[in-house]
Design a protein around this ligand. Structure first.
Ligand SMILES: Cc1ncc(COP(=O)(O)O)c(C=O)c1O
Length: 441
C-alpha cells in the first residue's frame, strides 16, 4: 500500500495528538513505513531527515542496532512485571545510573511513562512533602510565563500556553505565573542579564509575601522549549536556587526536553552548577524507543515519606511503572552516551550546526538567532512570515526531504546526536531552500 492510502485510513481511525484534525484537509498526513539512523522513510522509499529527533526523543538514530539488541535481549528475559512489591535488574541498574549522574544528589528514582505524568508526580511529591511536615498550606505552584510542562490536568496547571490551557481553565488549578527570563523579552536597551536579574527580583518579592503558601517553582532549565526555544542565562538558575533555599520552596527542574545531553551537559541545570530538589526526565531517556519517565528526588524529600504510616508514603502508581523493556532501552542509551563520550562529540556537532547555519546571521528575514548545545533556533520576522507559517514550512520542508516543525515563527532544529557533517549541511540547506520558497528574498 502507498503512503497516501495509510494516511487516508489513519484520518478515519486515528485521532492524532496536538492536531486540529480538519487541518489535514489542507495538510496531508505523512505515513512512515520504516526508519534508520537520522532518516524516516515513506512507503515510496522517500527519506526525511528527522531534524527534531522525533520530538526530542531520538538521540542515537532510529532502529539503532545497540538499543534494538538490548530490547530484544530483555524481551526474552522479562517483558514486564508490576513494580509494587517486585523489583528487577533493569530498573535497579537504571536508578543507580541516574543517581550517579546527579553525583548521588538526587538518588531516588520514581518511574512513570510520559513526561506529563512525571510532572504530575513531581508536583504531588512536593506538596505531599510539605504536608507530611505539617505544612499543608504550602500547596501552590509557581511557573514561568510561557512555560510548558505537559497536557494532563496537573501539568496544564503549571503551563502558560493559552492554546493548550484556555479550554480547560475551569478544570485546572491556577498557577502563580512569574516573568520568564527569556532573553528575547528584555526591553530595548536592557541586557538579557539585567533583565533576568529583574525577573529574580520580582520573584523574590512574591516569595517574601507568599512563600508560606508555595510548595514549589517548576522551570524548564536554560530553554523554554514550547515557548519557541526561549533561552536564558545560567545565572538565573543560580539565583533561583538561592531564592528557593532562602524561602523554603522546592525547585523542580523539568529536564524532560532539555535533559540527556541536549544542551551540552547531561542535565541542563549543570550549566549553573546547581541541583534542584526534583528532576523530571523523559523523552530522550529511552533513546526514543519506549515511553519512560522518571522523577529523581533528594534524600531529604524521600525521608519525609519514610514512615510507619501508610498514608505518609507516596501512593502514586501507573501500571507500566519501571517497565523492564523501557529500562533496558534507557540503559543501552546511557551506555552509548558514555562509551562514545557524547558530551564531547556533541560539542563538535554543536559547532558544525553553528557553522552550517552561518547564513542566518546576515539574513534580513531572520532575527534572534540562538543556540545552546545541539538546539539551534531563530525567528522569522513577523512582517515577513505568511499566515499559517509553521504549517506551510512543515509541508514545504517535507518536499525537500526534511522533517521539521516550527513553533509559531520560530524555526528550530535539535537533530539526533549521530548526524554526520554532510547530513548537517543537507539540513541547513534544506531549511534555507524551504524558507526561500515560502518567503522569497
Ligand atoms: C518541558 C516539557 N515538560 C513536559 C512535557 C510533556 O511530556 P509528554 O509529552 O511526554 O507528556 C514536555 C513535552 O514536550 C516538555 O517539553
Amino acid at each position: 500500500m502507498m503512503s497516501d492510502d495509510w494516511a487516508q485510513r489513519s484520518l478515519k481511525a486515528v485521532w492524532h495528538p496536538c492536531t486540529q484534525m480538519k487541518s489535514h484537509e489542507d495538510f496531508p498526513l505523512l505515513a512512515i513505513q520504516r526508519a534508520s539512523g537520522a532518516y524516516l522513510y515513506d512507503h515510496q522509499g522517500k527519506s526525511y531527515l528527522d531534524s527534531i529527533s522525533s520530538w526530542w526523543t531520538n538521540l542515537f538514530g532510529h532502529t539503532n542496532p545497540i538499543i534494538n539488541q538490548a530490547i530484544k535481549n530483555q524481551l526474552d528475559q522479562l517483558e514486564h512485571a508490576m513494580l509494587a512489591g517486585i523489583t528487577h535488574e533493569p530498573v535497579v541498574l537504571l536508578s543507580e545510573k541516574l543517581s550517579a549522574l546527579t553525583n548521588n544528589q538526587l538518588g531516588h528514582a520514581f518511574y512513570a511513562s510520559d513526561g506529563a505524568s512525571a510532572v504530575e508526580i513531581a508536583l504531588k511529591m512536593s506538596f505531599h512533602y510539605w504536608r507530611n511536615l505539617g505544612n499543608g498550606d504550602k500547596n501552590r505552584f509557581i511557573c514561568l510565563k510561557n512555560s510548558y510542562h505537559g497536557e494532563t490536568l496537573g501539568a496544564l496547571s503549571v503551563t502558560d500556553i493559552p492554546i493548550f490551557t484556555d479550554a480547560y481553565s475551569v478544570l485546572t488549578r491556577q498557577p502563580i505565573i512569574v516573568a520568564s527570563p527569556d532573553a528575547r523579552l528584555a526591553p530595548a536597551g536592557i541586557s538579557a542579564e539585567s533583565y533576568a536579574k529583574s525577573c529574580l527580583t520580582e520573584l523574590e518579592e512574591l516569595l517574601q509575601s507568599s512563600h508560606s503558601q508555595i510548595a514549589a517553582i517548576i522551570i524548564e532549565p536554560m530553554v523554554q522549549c514550547a515557548a519557541g526555544m526561549a533561552m536564558y542565562s545560567a545565572d538565573y538558575l543560580k539565583g533561583l536556587r538561592l531564592l528557593c533555599d532562602q524561602y523554603h520552596v522546592h525547585l523542580i527542574a523539568d529536564e524532560i526536553a532539555v535533559g540527556c545531553g541536549r544542551t551540552g551537559k547531561f542535565f541542563a541545570c549543570e550549566h549553573a552548577s546547581i541541583w534542584p530538589d526534583l528532576i523530571t526526565l523523559s523523552k530522550g531517556i529511552s533513546g526514543g524507543y519506549l515511553p519512560l519517565s522518571v522523577v529523581l528526588s533528594t534524600d531529604t524529600i524521600y525521608a519525609a515519606f519514610y514512615s510507619n504510616n501508610t498514608s505518609q508514603g507516596f501512593l502514586h502508581s501507573h501500571s507500566y511503572t519501571g517497565n523492564p523493556l523501557a529500562c533496558a532501552a534507557a540503559l543501552a542509551s546511557l551506555k552509548i552516551f558514555e562509551d562514545e563520550n557524547y558530551l564531547v562529540k556533541n560539542q563538535v556537532l554543536s559547532q558544525q550546526l553553528y557553522d552550517a547555519f552561518t547564513w542566518v546571521t546576515d539574513d534580513l528575514r531572520i532575527q534572534d538567532i540562538r543556540q545552546l548545545g545541539t538546539i539551534l533556533a531563530f525567528d522569522i520576522k513577523s512582517q515577513i512570515a505568511p499566515p499559517q507559517f509553521s504549517k506551510i514550512f512543515y509541508a514545504k520542508a517535507l518536499e525537500h526531504g526534511l522533517l521539521i516543525r516550527p513553533i509559531g515563527h520560530t524555526v528550530y532544529v535539535m537533530p539526533p546526536y549521530i548526524l554526520t557533517k554532510e547530513q548537517i549541511q543537507f539540513l541547513a540547506s534544506a531549511v534555507r531552500h524551504t524558507l526561500d520558497s515560502i518567503c522569497p528574498l
